[in-house]
Design a binder for this molecule. Structure first.
Ligand SMILES: [Ca+2]
Ligand SMILES: [Ca+2]
Length: 242
């Protein structure tokens, strides 16, 4: 009898820490979503010899959160985490920011081992798949470097992606919700050009190239460069698990 009681107590604790209550005080169990991020770029997506004109992407670094986007805000200066991802593709600083953010439920970097680099970056034709757990009210955001740039990254617009419409989980291709942002931390040359973009830097170097100090903005709003369409480079699909 005591053991049975302990089990009920344990189940109650598990439900308390992993669920939330709706307006009627019913426990709402989290929904598991499968997230797939694909690099769909092809040779000459960007007119350059570097990486054969494909657009490598850095390991997508993501958060499930409530309220304000913990990664970046368009119109405000980038934090160090966004600068490191956007200039060099490294997630460490952002992961540390997310780990200490009070409104972040879960955060990680999704690595794509193997491929042309034999490393974690997401090269043309590669994808990463991971699961996230969320309840209504939760949002999802990620950053991944547009590697043929000085300091550009893809992320969701609007402060992150709402994972539920009311209490209904979203499902399907979310690529149209993405944008490519200029982090505003390094001066820009056209995609695939100039001496300071990631493909021509020392791969492990950080903060290479002349600084700039302006707010995060849509790359297309700041530059007249030819920028590939989002769906020529990246595809993001989010599917709730039954
Ligand atoms: Ca820039
Ligand atoms: Ca650089």
């Amino acid at each position: 009898m005591k053991n049975l009681f302990s089990i009920f107590l344990l189940l109650g604790v598990v439900a308390f820490v992993s669920g939330c209550e709706d307006d009627d005080d019913n426990i709402v169990l989290p929904t598991q979503f499968t997230v797939v991020i694909e690099n769909v770029s092809t040779p000459q997506t960007v007119a350059t010899d570097r990486a054969n004109g494909t657009v490598p992407l850095s390991p997508p670094t993501y958060a499930v959160f409530t309220g304000d986007d913990p990664m970046f805000t368009p119109g405000e200066k980038a934090n160090l985490g966004t600068a490191r991802i956007a200039e060099d593709g490294f997630p460490t600083e952002m992961l540390s920011i997310l780990a200490s953010a009070g409104n972040v439920n879960f955060s990680a970097a999704a690595e794509s081992p193997g491929g042309p680099d034999n490393g974690p970056a997401l090269f043309a034709g590669e994808s990463v798949t991971f699961s996230i757990s969320a309840v209504p009210g939760n949002k999802f955001q990620f950053e991944t470097m547009f590697v043929q740039s000085n300091d550009w990254f893809y992320a969701f617009t609007g402060g992150g992606l709402e994972l539920f419409n009311g209490n209904t989980p979203i499902s399907g291709d979310q690529t149209s919700r993405l944008a490519v942002y200029d982090a505003g931390t390094e001066q820009d040359t056209a995609p695939g050009t100039g001496p300071d973009q990631k493909p021509v830097q020392d791969p492990m170097a950080t903060n290479v190239g002349p600084d700039e100090d302006v707010a995060v903005a849509l790359a297309s709003s700041r530059h007249a460069f030819t920028i590939p369409a989002n769906n020529a480079v990246i595809k993001v699909t989010i599917t709730p698990q039954p």
